[in-house]
Design a protein around this ligand. Structure first.
Ligand code: HEM
Length: 398
C-alpha cells in the first residue's frame, strides 16, 4: 500500500502541468492495482492500467451508486437530495439515460454543427474587436459550451453567471460539504422552476421533453430537475476546460499547434481532438466505483464492498496502448483513450463535446494565427482544487 493519495492532482505542476502526478503515474509500474489511502482514511484500489479499467468499468458487479458503503468519495458528501443518473446503477440509470440519449446521437449532434460554428465565429469576431490581452476562459472557453447547452436544453443564457458560479462550487474539492450542497440546492431550485415553466409552456428543447416525461408519470419533478442539473453542469464545465487547457497545451507545443492551424482536412482536426482528450484527460479525479461481489482481476481479489478509483488520466498514459504516452502527438491514433470513461456510464454528451472541440480547435488558431499567452506559464492559475482539471484564467493576446 502506498502512503496516501496526494490531496489531489495538484502536484501535476511538479513536472509538467499537463501530466498526471508523477508519483501516481509511477504506480503503474507496480502493477494494475494498488491500494491507496484517501482523505477520510478509506483504502480503495487505484486501478492504473487501460485493460483493467475497461474490464472493471464494464463489469456487471461494479457499481457507480454513491450511496453504497465503500464508495470512494473524493470529498465529504452531504446526505439527502436526489441523485442524478451518473451516480446510479441499472436498471434505473439505463431507464433515465434512455430518456435523453436521443438528443446526443452523432447524427442529431452533427445537425448542430452550423449553429456551433456560428457561435464560435461570433465569439472570435468579438475577441478580435475587443481589447487585449483578454481572458480566454471568460471571453471564449466558457461561453461556447454554455451557449450550446443552453440552446439544447432551453435554459436562458442570460442566467449564465448564476449557473456557472454554482457549477464551479459543486466541482471544487476544497469547499465544505455544506457549501457544495447549498450550490447544488440553488441549481436544483433553478432547474425545478424551469421544469415547472416547461410543464405549462413546453418549447422545442430537451428540458421540455424531460418535463413531458413528468407529465406522462415516468419521472418525478425532482428527478427531472436533477437530470437538468446534471446535463447543464456536464454540458459546459468539461468542454470549457478542454478548450482553455487545450489551447494552453498547444501554445506550449507550437509545432503541434501549426499542424492543427494548417490542417484543411476535418479528419486531421478530429484526430487532434482525440489526442488532446487523451493527453489532458481533464476528469482527473478518476471514475469511482464500488464492488458488489468479489472480483478476481490481475492476480488480485477486489472484495465486495471495496472501493475502486479508475485513474483514467494514468490509463491514457499507458505505454502498452499509447507509445511515448507523455508526448502530445496530434498525428497518433488516440481513439482508444478513456477520457470519456467506459461502460454503461460512458459520457452521454461525447458526440457534442467532440463537435464543439472540432469546431473550436479547427477555427480559433486559423482565425487568430498569432494567438499567444500573455503571461508566464508559472502565473497561470491551474485548477488544482477541482474535480475537473483546467485553468481558472488564460490571459492571451495576438
Ligand atoms: C470534453 C468534454 C467532456 C468530457 C471529458 C466528459 C467526460 C465524461 C466522463 C469521464 C464520464 C463518465 C463518468 C463515469 O463513468 O463515472 C461522463 C459522463 C457523462 N457526461 Fe460527459 N464529458 C464531456 C462533455 C459532456 C457534455 C458536453 C455533456 C452534455 C450534456 C456530457 C454529459 C454527460 C452525462 C449526462 C454523463 C453521465 C452518463 C451516465 O452516467 O450514463 N458530457 N462524461
Amino acid at each position: 500500500m502506498t502512503d496516501t493519495l496526494p490531496e489531489f492532482p495538484g502536484v501535476r505542476a511538479e513536472r509538467c502541468p499537463f501530466d498526471p502526478p508523477p508519483r501516481i503515474q509511477a504506480l503503474q509500474q507496480d502493477g494494475p492495482l494498488t491500494k491507496v489511502q484517501l482523505w477520510d482514511g478509506s483504502t480503495p484500489w487505484l486501478v492504473t492500467t487501460h485493460a483493467e479499467q475497461k474490464a472493471l468499468l464494464g463489469h456487471p458487479q461494479v457499481s457507480a451508486d454513491v450511496t453504497r458503503p465503500g464508495y470512494p468519495l473524493s470529498a465529504p458528501r452531504a446526505e439527502g437530495g436526489s441523485l442524478s443518473f451518473i451516480l446510479m446503477d441499472d436498471p434505473e440509470h439505463h431507464r433515465q439515460r434512455r430518456m435523453v440519449q436521443g438528443a446526443f446521437t452523432v447524427r442529431r449532434v452533427e445537425g448542430m454543427r452550423p449553429a456551433v460554428q456560428r457561435i464560435v465565429d461570433e465569439l472570435i469576431d468579438d475577441l478580435l474587436a475587443g481589447p487585449k490581452p483578454v481572458d480566454l476562459v471568460e471571453a471564449f472557453a466558457l461561453p461556447v459550451p454554455s451557449l450550446v447547452i443552453c440552446e439544447l436544453l432551453g435554459v436562458p443564457y442570460a442566467d449564465h453567471d448564476f449557473f456557472q458560479d454554482n457549477s464551479k462550487t459543486i466541482i471544487k474539492r476544497n469547499v465544505t460539504a455544506e457549501e457544495r450542497a447549498a450550490a447544488g440546492g440553488r441549481l436544483f431550485e433553478y432547474l425545478d422552476t424551469l421544469v415547472g415553466a416547461k410543464l405549462d409552456h413546453p418549447g422545442d428543447d430537451l428540458l421540455s421533453q424531460v418535463a413531458g416525461r413528468v407529465k406522462a408519470g415516468e419521472l418525478t419533478r425532482s428527478q427531472a430537475a436533477q437530470m437538468g442539473v446534471l446535463l447543464l453542469i456536464a454540458g459546459h464545465e468539461t468542454t470549457a476546460n478542454m478548450i482553455a487547457l487545450g489551447t494552453l497545451a498547444l501554445l506550449q507545443n507550437p509545432a503541434q499547434l501549426a499542424l492543427l492551424r494548417d490542417a484543411d482536412d476535418p479528419k486531421v482536426v478530429a484526430g487532434a481532438v482525440e489526442e488532446l482528450l487523451r493527453y489532458l484527460n481533464i476528469t482527473h479525479s478518476g471514475r469511482r466505483r464500488v464492488a458488489l461481489a468479489d472480483i478476481e482481476i490481475a492476480g488480485q481479489v477486489i472484495r465486495a464492498g471495496e472501493g475502486m478509483i479508475m485513474a483514467n488520466d494514468i490509463a491514457n498514459r499507458d505505454p502498452g496502448v499509447f507509445p511515448s504516452p507523455d508526448e502530445l502527438d496530434l498525428t497518433r491514433d488516440a481513439r482508444r483513450h478513456v477520457a470519456f470513461g467506459f461502460g454503461v456510464h460512458q459520457c452521454l454528451g461525447q458526440p457534442l463535446a467532440r463537435l464543439e472541440l472540432q469546431v473550436v480547435y479547427g477555427t480559433l488558431y486559423r482565425r487568430i494565427p498569432t494567438l499567444a499567452l500573455a503571461t508566464g506559464l508559472d502565473r497561470v492559475p491551474f485548477k488544482h482544487d477541482g474535480q475537473v482539471y483546467g485553468v481558472y484564467e488564460l490571459p492571451v493576446t495576438w
